[in-house]
Structure formats: structure tokens, C-alpha cells
Design a protein around this ligand. Structure first.
Ligand SMILES: Nc1ncnc2c1ncn2[C@@H]1O[C@H](COP(=O)(O)OP(=O)(O)O)[C@@H](O)[C@H]1O
Ligand SMILES: [Mg+2]
Length: 240
């Protein structure tokens, strides 16, 4: 496709600028590796370089021994996004990169509920119990994801990247808010990107809560980035 060829040609192989933002992400990773989990929101207009920044950081985190899991929210036009879609994507990524021994060590009754999102994660599948009230199943799923992150973090620091949370469905928003609030000493960095322009457009109606608004206290350190050459303003905010 012409569009793809153009963007491939125009894309710089070298990350231009973004040193303060990269520094904020690397500092968050360092804190998480030492047992202080971090939540980082990366906001900015479409095309400003959020994904590129996070991708470059993810490469560095992998080189530094981190486990990177990532998933993206998908726009379904006027509809809510698919429930838990980015979380399922991140878990499928884990299936691809983790050894069977690692999976065997992290999947047990406390995390089995995640098999509802990605059945292959759980040998033998997860049996749906008709007696389990739906809200309990959700609690077990949320808890299971937190436990999974904690266990993975015992082996290596975990970077969980969820892209484009302005398109997140309600379930994903709730899960991310839960994780952000419950992280205590897990070796985890949660990074979420969002389009600031989309956020303002969507902040209306009962089902369209701004994703960042559902999150814990505003990031402690929030720094407006200097523009990368030729680029508009983006922000990387870190803290918990
Ligand atoms: N700092 C940067 N240095 C070099 N290229 C960049 C930089 N930021 C963004 N780009 C390029 O600009 C394009 C759009 O960036 P992208 O990260 O996809 O934007 P966003 O995720 O904010 O919508 C991509 O081709 C990306 O590689
Ligand atoms: Mg992007």
C-alpha cells in the first residue's frame, strides 16, 4: 500500500529527542526493578510519537532484563471497544515469549481465571461455573491478573504497555484502574498511552468516562515535554 510505503520511508530509524520522556520511563523502570511499582501515562496528540517512544523504551527495558507485555485498545467507531482486548493481547504475547516452565510457575488456581481471556494460557482450560456470580468471576479475574504480574515480577521486572486507552472498553479501564491502585511492591511498570485530543472529544455521555480520570491520584511527577524537533507537544507523566 502506498501509505505504508510512505510511512516506512519517512520514519526515522533514530529516535529524535525525547530525552526527558525517555529518562522518566527509565527512572520508573529502575524504581520498579527495585520493588517500587510505577504507573506512567504517556499523553499527546495523534502522531506525536507516543508509540515510538514507548517502543524504544520497551527495547531498552528488554535489554536491561525486563519482560515486556503489550496490548492495544482498538477503536470500534461509536461502540465500546472489545472487553479486555488489550489485556488478552498482552497475555497472548506472554504465551509467545515465556518458557513453559515459567508459565507453569505462574498459572495456578489464583491465576486460572485468566484462561477465560486466553484459554491456551491454562492447560485443560477454565471451567465456567454456573454457580459463580458474574461479579465474583470478575474479581477473580482482576486478582488473577495482579497475581500474575506479581509472580512474573519475581523473575524479572515487568513492563506492561497498554496503548491508546482513550479507546479502552469499560472492562479494560476498570482492570487497569484496579491494577494501578493495587500495585504495592510488585516489580511492575504499567505504561498507558492515550490521545489527549481524542480524550476531550470523548469526554461525554455516561459510558464515556475519560480513561485517565478513572485512575488513582494524578501522577506525582508530570512534566510537559519539550517538543522533539519538528513535533508537537507530548507528555510523559510518571508516578503513583
Ligand atoms: N522522536 C521521534 N523520532 C523519530 N521518529 C519519530 C519520533 N516520534 C515519532 N516518530 C515517527 O512518527 C510517526 C508517528 O509516531 P507514533 O509513535 O506512531 O505516534 P502516536 O503513537 O503518538 O500516534 C512514526 O512513524 C514514528 O516512527
Ligand atoms: Mg500510537
Amino acid at each position: 500500500m502506498i501509505g505504508d510505503a510512505m510511512s516506512a520511508r519517512l520514519s526515522s530509524p533514530i529516535l529524535i529527542g525525547r530525552m526527558p520522556e525517555m529518562g522518566a520511563l527509565e527512572a520508573a523502570f529502575g524504581r520498579a526493578a527495585a520493588g517500587s511499582p510505577a504507573v506512567v501515562l504517556v499523553g499527546g496528540e495523534a502522531g506525536i510519537g507516543k508509540s515510538r517512544l514507548v517502543r524504544e523504551f520497551a527495547d531498552r527495558a528488554r535489554d536491561a532484563g525486563g519482560l515486556v507485555l503489550d496490548g492495544g485498545c482498538v477503536s470500534l467507531g461509536s461502540e465500546e471497544g472489545l472487553p479486555f482486548a488489550p489485556i488478552a493481547e498482552a497475555l497472548r504475547g506472554l504465551l509467545r515469549i515465556a518458557d513453559a516452565s515459567v508459565l507453569a510457575g505462574v498459572i495456578d488456581p489464583a491465576t486460572r481465571e485468566l484462561g477465560r481471556l486466553v484459554p491456551e494460557l491454562v492447560a485443560g482450560g477454565t471451567e465456567a461455573s454456573s454457580e459463580t456470580p458474574a461479579e465474583w468471576a470478575q474479581t477473580r479475574l482482576f486478582d488473577g491478573f495482579l497475581v500474575l504480574l506479581e509472580r512474573l515480577g519475581e523473575r524479572q521486572p515487568v513492563v506492561l504497555v497498554i496503548e491508546d486507552i482513550h479507546w479502552a472498553d469499560r472492562s479494560t479501564r476498570d482492570l487497569l484502574a484496579f491494577i494501578a491502585r493495587r500495585l504495592r511492591h510488585e516489580r511492575v511498570v504499567l505504561i498507558a498511552t492515550y490521545r489527549s485530543d481524542e480524550l476531550h472529544r470523548r469526554r461525554c455521555g455516561p459510558h464515556r468516562r475519560a480513561p485517565a480520570a478513572a485512575w488513582p491520584a494524578p501522577p506525582a511527577r508530570c512534566r510537559a515535554a519539550r517538543r522533539a524537533p519538528g513535533r508537537r507537544r507530548a507528555r510523559a507523566c510518571g508516578g503513583r
